[in-house]
Design a protein around this ligand. Structure first.
Ligand SMILES: [Fe+2]
Length: 172
């Protein structure tokens, strides 16, 4: 089993044990969605795709295990460190990269290392696409991510302009 699969198994146990059945699919969508965004952005930016996808799938670990709290990033980073050590397939350097990216991911207004910026961007991107009818909190960052991907979008009043999201608009 590859390392991404090993980590996904840890997350799947948490998601499957979600007592709130409405929350369960949202967890899969968000964590797997962010993980895929991380992989795409890593390819674009020349970063390690495997590590990036792993950061993505683990970034909200605390939230989906215990519920959302403001400090979920730091708490999740510490919990993830234990899991990664127990798996015995990650180096110290890799654990540090994953830990600091998870720990920094809520601080979207400031700039950190490349992997921290990658997870913040992937997070904002997933939220903007899945929740396109809701207001986007980090408009400036989102605009930069789309530009980085070479995608032209218009952000109108904090939400993505309808013409870019007709497939979602039809369903709502
Ligand atoms: Fe997230």
């Amino acid at each position: 089993m590859n390392r991404l699969e090993l980590v996904r198994n840890e997350i799947d146990v948490i998601l499957l044990n979600q007592t709130n059945v409405e929350q369960r699919p949202l967890g899969y969508i968000h964590l797997y969605g962010v993980s895929q965004n991380c992989a795409i952005l890593a390819l674009k930016r020349g970063l390690n795709v495997e590590l990036s996808a792993i950061i993505g799938i683990l970034h909200d670990f605390h939230t989906y295990k215990f519920g959302y709290v403001k400090e979920h990033a730091a708490l999740g980073a510490a919990e993830v460190e234990n899991i990664l050590r127990d798996l015995e397939v990650f180096s110290e350097k890799e654990i540090e990269i994953i830990k600091s990216a998870i720990s920094n991911h809520s601080d979207k207004e400031n700039k950190h290392d490349k992997y921290s910026e990658l997870i913040k961007d992937a997070d904002v991107l997933q939220n903007s696409i899945y929740s396109s009818v809701f207001e986007i909190k980090h408009k400036k960052r989102l605009k930069k991510v789309f530009k980085n991907l070479g995608i032209k979008v218009k952000l109108k009043n904090g939400i993505l302009a309808k013409k870019n999201f007709e497939y979602l608009a039809k369903e709502s």
